[in-house]
Design a binder for this molecule. Structure first.
Ligand SMILES: [Zn+2]
Length: 348
């Protein structure tokens, strides 16, 4: 324990333990994974690994890691965003050989036909992928996505991974319902952002996940740092019947913020320090006036936010997507909040 009572040492021990577990798992799966994959690929179906989790949990971070890793496979990444602007697809564009953006609806509900079309089209490609990585939208019912994929001839699910923000395991209302559905369907749960929570919060979060998904394996992560083999190994178990979700993408809404030219850092900080109520998530690309040559990816989750430099060019520069619960996020409040900083608000 540190002097002020913050259990810093405990966190370090927890992280070390988590890494021990990962080392062990790596040893276990590395030899096995290729063998199992060869047997299953010979059966003729294309494996799909589903990555789900609520808005801002870290799904795209995980996807980037998996695509960068030395996997020696032809992977096609499908990135779904229920808004018509796909920021996540642009965030993986520089590391993916094949990336397909699926926008304008969520793959568990309004775009379930879209995912079926995209996947079926892959089977006709001259170079059929050895693995499909499917990142669902943050509002997707992961169980329903798995049902859709399972029903498609020529495909099988390898693994359903749900990324969970350790600091946000207890929401309320519709969001909590969705979090439960995303968790129950998982084979693997990444309790992510461990660097942002106390050991007590982490333990509480883990207990809740264990109760929701007793068969899933839970790994504690920072920035989704897991050996790629852990995720890319087949381990799917079909979860029981959950029935149709009472929450779909119509319960969430998105707005687009557009800014012309760089923004002052202080102005941006002020803007993000007190967001209008109902805003759950903001993501997009902009430039700061103190470093106009450097494009930045802005990620806002709840009250936390961060900027990361982006190397590649993106088509949605100067644009942000703001996501909130339908009815709880008012367009004119968002407009009034961001307009003084130079943003224009558009409906999506
Ligand atoms: Zn959906």
């Amino acid at each position: 324990m540190a002097e002020n009572g913050m259990p810093i040492v405990d966190t370090a021990v927890e992280i070390a333990k988590a890494y021990d577990t990962l080392q062990y798992l790596m040893g276990m799966v590395e030899v096995d994974a290729m063998e199992r994959r060869q047997i299953q690929t010979s059966a003729g179906s294309i494996p799909v690994s589903i990555v789900g989790g609520f808005l801002g949990a870290g799904k795209t971070t995980l996807l980037r890691r998996l695509l960068i890793a030395p996997h020696n496979m032809h992977i096609t990444a499908i990135v779904n965003d229920f808004a018509d602007l796909n920021i996540d697809a642009e965030l993986i564009a520089d590391v993916a050989d094949d990336a397909i953006a699926l926008t304008n609806g969520c793959v568990c509900c309004s775009q379930s036909g879209g995912i079926a079309r995209v996947l079926t089209k892959l089977t006709a490609d001259t170079s059929v992928p050895e693995l499909v990585l499917l990142e669902t939208s943050g509002v997707a019912d992961v169980w329903a996505v798995a049902q859709t994929v399972e029903s498609l001839p020529g495909f099988r699910i390898d693994c359903v991974t749900t990324v969970v923000d350790a600091a946000a395991v207890a929401y309320s209302g519709k969001v909590d319902y969705l979090l439960q559905r995303q968790t129950v369907a998982a084979d693997l749960l990444l309790l992510n952002k461990m660097d942002l929570v106390s050991p007590a919060t982490a333990a509480e979060a883990e207990t809740r996940l264990e109760q929701l998904a007793p068969r899933a394996q839970i790994l504690r992560t920072i920035d989704c740092a897991v050996p790629h083999d852990v995720i890319l190994s087949p381990r799917y178990h079909a979860s029981g019947e959950l029935g149709r979700s009472i929450v779909d993408d119509s319960h969430f809404s998105a707005l687009r913020l557009v800014i012309d030219g760089p923004i002052d850092r202080t102005v941006l900080e002020r803007c993000l320090s007190a967001l209008p109520s109902g805003v759950l998530r903001i993501k997009g690309f902009l430039r700061l006036s103190d470093s106009p040559n450097c494009l930045q990816a802005l990620q806002v989750v709840g009250r936390r936010w961060r900027l990361n430099p982006v190397e590649n060019e993106v088509s949605s520069e100067g644009q942000l997507v703001v996501i909130g619960l339908e009815g709880a996020m008012e367009k004119n409040l968002v407009q009034a909040h961001f307009a003084p900083a130079g943003f224009q608000v558009l409906s999506l």
